[in-house]
Write a protein that binds this ligand. Structure first.
Ligand SMILES: C[S@@+](CC[C@H](N)C(=O)[O-])C[C@H]1O[C@@H](n2cnc3c(N)ncnc32)[C@H](O)[C@@H]1O
Length: 301
C-alpha cells in the first residue's frame, strides 16, 4: 500500500535531475514524497536503478528484543529467530537493492550497532567495493544503562559508502570551536598559527566535523517523541541529509519507522521516499511529514 501524505505540485523525480551524473536518456520518473507500508524488498525491486541520491537505513539491530513505546504502544519485534545467518540473509538482498538504486553520485548510510556492524561492513565491502567505503561514523550518546562487566555501550555505528567514491556528493559541515589556547593573536584579537607563508587563520565557521558525533539520544519526554520505540533524533538525520545531498535530491529510507529521515529531508527541501513493514509506523511517519509540510508553508507566508 502506498500513501501520499503531502501535497506537492510535481511528485515525481527523474533520476539525476538535480544536476548529477545522467542515468540514461529514458530514465523512468519515480513517485516521490510517498510512504509505502509493507516489506521493503519488493518495493525496492520495483524502483528504477539510479533513482536515489541518498539512502539512509536504520534496520533492525538483531537485538532479539520486542521494541515497544510505552506511551503509544507502538511496537516492532527485532527478532533473532534463525540466528545471525538468517539476519544476514535478510539484509543481503536489501543492501544489493540499495546499491542498484543509488545514482552514481549517491551515498548509503547504514545505521546499526556493535552487534552486526562488523558483519555488515564485510557484506557492504563486497557489494560496494572496499574503495567506496567512506566512513565508520560513531554516534555517541550518554543515556541508557551501565554494566558492571564491561564499559558502557554508548554508541551506534553508521557505515557510509559512496556508489562511486570521488563522484559522490559531500558537503563539509562545520561545527564547534577550534582549540586556540596558547596561540598568538592579531591586532583584532583573532587567533592564528605562524607558518613559513605567514599567519594561518582558522575557518570562521569552526572545524570540519569528524566521524565521531556527539548528539543526545531522544529522552523519554522529548517533544520530538512521536510514539515509535526506536525513533532517532532529527539532529542526527539533518546532519546526514545536509552532508550527502543537495536541495531537490531524492532521499530514501526503506526502514523509515517514525519517518525521522523523511522529516529531515522535507525540512531541508529534499524529495523523500519511505517504507516500513508496520502500518502503525507509516501512520506516525505520515503525520510527522504532514505536520512538517504545514510548518514549512506557515514559514513562507
Ligand atoms: C530501527 S527502526 C527505524 C527507526 C527510524 N529510523 C525512526 O527514526 O523512527 C527499524 C524499522 O524497520 C522496520 N522493518 C523491519 N523489517 C522491515 C521490512 N522487511 N521492510 C520494511 N521495514 C521493516 C520496522 O518496522 C522498524 O520500524
Amino acid at each position: 500500500m502506498t500513501r501520499r501524505p503531502a501535497r506537492r505540485a510535481d511528485r515525481t523525480h527523474a533520476p539525476g535531475s538535480t544536476g548529477g551524473a545522467k542515468q540514461g536518456r529514458r530514465a523512468r520518473r519515480v513517485p516521490v514524497d510517498t510512504l509505502h507500508a509493507g516489506d521493503n524488498l519488493p518495493f525496492m525491486q520495483r524502483l528504477p536503478g539510479g533513482c536515489c541520491d541518498l539512502i539512509y537505513i536504520d534496520p533492525p539491530f538483531f537485538t532479539g528484543k520486542a521494541r515497544r513505546h510505552a506511551g503509544s504502544g507502538g511496537s516492532y519485534a527485532d527478532s533473532r529467530a534463525g540466528g545471525l545467518k538468517r539476519y544476514l540473509a535478510f539484509m543481503h538482498p536489501r543492501l544489493l537493492e540499495c546499491h542498484r538504486l543509488l545514482a552514481r553520485h549517491g551515498s548509503l548510510y547504514v545505521h546499526v550497532d556493535w552487534r552486526v556492524a562488523s558483519y555488515l561492513r564485510v557484506m557492504l565491502d563486497t557489494i560496494f567495493g572496499g574503495a567506496n567505503f567512506l566512513n565508520e561514523i560513531i554516534w555517541h550518546y550518554r543515556t541508557g544503562g551501565s554494566s558492571k562487566q564491561w564499559f558502557g555501550r554508548k554508541h551506534d555505528t553508521i557505515l557510509l559508502y559512496a556508489k562511486s567514491a570521488g563522484r559522490h556528493r559531500f558537503n563539509v559541515l562545520r561545527e564547534g570551536l577550534y582549540r586556540t589556547d596558547g596561540l598568538k593573536r592579531d591586532a583584532a584579537g583573532r587567533p592564528y598559527k605562524s607558518t613559513k607563508k605567514g599567519p594561518l587563520y582558522f575557518n570562521a565557521a569552526g572545524p570540519a566535523l569528524t566521524d565521531v558525533w556527539d548528539i543526545p539520544f531522544l529522552s523519554t519526554v522529548s517533544r520530538q517523541r512521536a510514539g515509535w520505540p526506536t525513533q532517532k533524533p532529527l539532529a542526527l538525520l539533518e546532519r546526514i541529509v545536509r552532508a550527502s545531498s543537495q536541495e531537490g535530491d531524492l532521499v530514501a529510507d526503506f526502514f523509515c519507522g517514525s519517518g525521522t529521515a523523511l522529516v529531515a529531508s522535507r525540512r531541508l527541501r529534499r524529495r523523500w521516499l519511505g517504507s516500513d513493514l508496520s502500518a502503525a509506523a507509516i501512520r506516525i511517519a505520515e503525520r510527522r511529514v504532514r505536520e512538517e509540510g504545514e510548518v514549512e508553508m506557515a514559514k513562507r507566508e
